[in-house]
Design a protein. Structure first.
Length: 91
């Protein structure tokens, strides 16, 4: 799977890189260079972050699935217990 930044959010990401350089580096970075740097990070590091997010979600889902039997367990053969309990209350 290719990691991509939505087209409508890409300009904000580029502006953020430009601002980071402006406030933290000795030199500024232009729009084209910031876009190229963004492409590099998305292609090079994006999959690492994506894979970790998938692993985190998988772990959480497995934990939830393992709890299903506890949360939604119903004891079988309850009809006669209810019936017998009703009889005791009538005597």
């Amino acid at each position: 799977m290719t990691v991509e930044i939505p087209k409508d959010l890409r300009p904000q990401a580029i502006q953020s890189i430009e601002r980071y350089f402006q406030e933290n580096m000795d030199e500024r970075i232009g729009n084209i260079a910031a876009g190229a740097l963004l492409n590099f990070f998305v292609e090079e590091i994006g999959p690492l972050i994506y894979n970790q997010a998938v692993a985190d979600v998988q772990e959480r889902l497995q934990a939830r699935v393992s709890e299903l039997d506890i949360e939604h367990h119903e004891d079988p053969f309850q009809y006669w217990r209810k019936f017998d309990a009703g009889k005791k209350g009538r005597k």
